[in-house]
Design a protein. Structure first.
Length: 104
């Protein structure tokens, strides 16, 4: 392991043959994506609760990132709702200013 953060884990390895690796993190298919040297790597359930992967021979870097599509969807919905709220607030302020000028 060369780097660890809550949303990303990096590994480097060297192997003369293809190998199966079992990682000590919990298997959760709805968000974790893995790559080997930038190419997609399939992750499977190993030992019932852990992550496993078939690693190609050679010297490589594995990157596992937690990036669930539900997070992107939620962030987009939140952004749209915030923009609509700001637009409604601006409309309310503009209406209030227009009404005050009309009463003068």
């Amino acid at each position: 392991m060369t780097s660890y953060t809550p949303n990303e884990v990096r590994y480097k390895y060297t192997s003369a043959t293809n190998r199966v690796a079992v990682f000590s993190e919990v298997y959760y298919p709805n968000g974790w994506k893995a790559t080997v040297d930038g190419q997609p790597l399939d992750i499977f359930r190993a030992d019932w609760t852990l992550r496993g992967a078939l690693l190609p021979a050679g010297e490589h870097e594995i990157i596992m990132r937690f990036a669930p599509s539900s997070y992107k969807t939620g962030a987009t919905v939140s952004l749209i709702a915030s923009l609509l709220l700001l637009l409604a607030l601006a409309a309310a302020v503009a209406t209030s200013i227009i009404q005050r000028k009309g009463n003068d």
